[in-house]
Design a protein around this ligand. Sequence first.
Ligand code: BG6
Length: 481
Amino acid sequence: MSSFVIVIFGGTGNLAQHKLFPALYSLFAKGKLGKKFYIVSFSRRKFSDEDYRKLLRDEWGLTGSRNTNWEAFVKNIYYSQGYFDDISGYKELNKRLNVFDNEVGACITRLFYLATPPDKYLSILNKLKESKLAEGCGQGSEKWTRLAIEKPFGKDLESSIELDKTLADIFEEKQIYRVDHYLAKETVQNMLAFRFANGIFEPIWNKKYIDHVQITFAEKKGIAGRGSFFDGIGILRDVAQNHLLQLLAAITMEAPKSFSRESVRDARAAAIKAIRAIAPENVYKQVVRAQYEGYRNEKGVAPNSMTETFVAMQLFVDTWRFKGVPFYIRAGKKMAENIVEIKLVFIQTCHVLFKEYGCPEIGNVLTIRIQPNEGIRMRVVVKRPDSKLSLDTVDMKFTYNEVFGEHIDESYEKLLLDIFSGDQMLFNRSDELASSWQLISQIMEGWKKQASSSLSVYTPGTWGPKDADELIGQDGKKWIS
Ligand code: BG6
């Protein structure tokens, strides 16, 4: 890999701590970062390079088990103090980046990574422009700079369009990487192979055979110290607008024309566009929102907060393949388990042969486990060996760990490598975002009109409020755990 510098705005924040640095360190340990690279954290707090390195090691515990490489890794890390809306910090940063260019003797690729709360994006972008940092090293050529921007990309349709306009004013599309790290999860990437490289699935992947689809995103943890960030957005915008709709798209999209960047993005964008809008007045019928007990006492959360920590929805996708098939989606913090998975529940046909013996209520279910224990499970109906003809269900399973060992790169490792190599396939395009925001903004519109009593409360450590069971129950179905 050629030399690069990554500037992390928000280098003392949650994302830097939990995702970006662990990924960079792991890539380094695997020898994937190349010979010469620089990591610069840009944030408000005052640190020397040395103190910042100590924070990574002592407070964030980044060294982990790969202790041996630590010294070699950490000497590539620098700290630049500055305020996001004050040009002076950017000027200092510019000087520092020029020193790196001089050291290498060339203009090295600069990646600006916006890992701050989203309300800082516009300030940072404007200052990148004003300081000319966005232009790279004196070549008048933007190709040397790239920008990675984290979700949530805006807070509704309008602000997302606004943000896009600012981006387009400063960068060319080929320089912009809109991050949704779920797109880089191995199991999500595998969906195209699984669906289209297996002749047995493609013919049944449609409304004729699929009864409904369930997507669950459950985390045992709460808001993990991110109260002031989370309280301003809620789980609908934190994970549903992006991660969950991308999981849905992975199930519903048509095969792209090829594995080229734009073909894959076209197919994804078409899938998201095909999700049927929910009119604000129907939101109460199709969307459940809830908050876990005790949420309002969390640090950074307003004492009368109406922010949802759980959401469940019934969605429809208007394509020839899925028209009329309900998709039930639920996402929650402080849930009973840590699980992200997709279940395709096939239409249960109890053959006349077995009618008198009785068939299982739910027959074939294909489960795609995104995490943990990534893998795929197919539930099939069998005859119990100890009976004349009593039917039961069993699972045929594949897990990545058993077959491939622990070789799955963490999603941020994949994303960073893709950015360094200039591959935008696993990054959002504006049209995908516009379609997802359209859907989500209408739900938010509906919520504004609802009474505050429409926000239910659930007990931490459970599967959410009973309204979520009723949502799926109204169609005669239930969540499968
Ligand atoms: C982030 C959300 O995008 O994804 C977090 O902001 C969530 O709230 C996280 O916890 C989950 O990511 P992962 O990769 O740990 O499943």
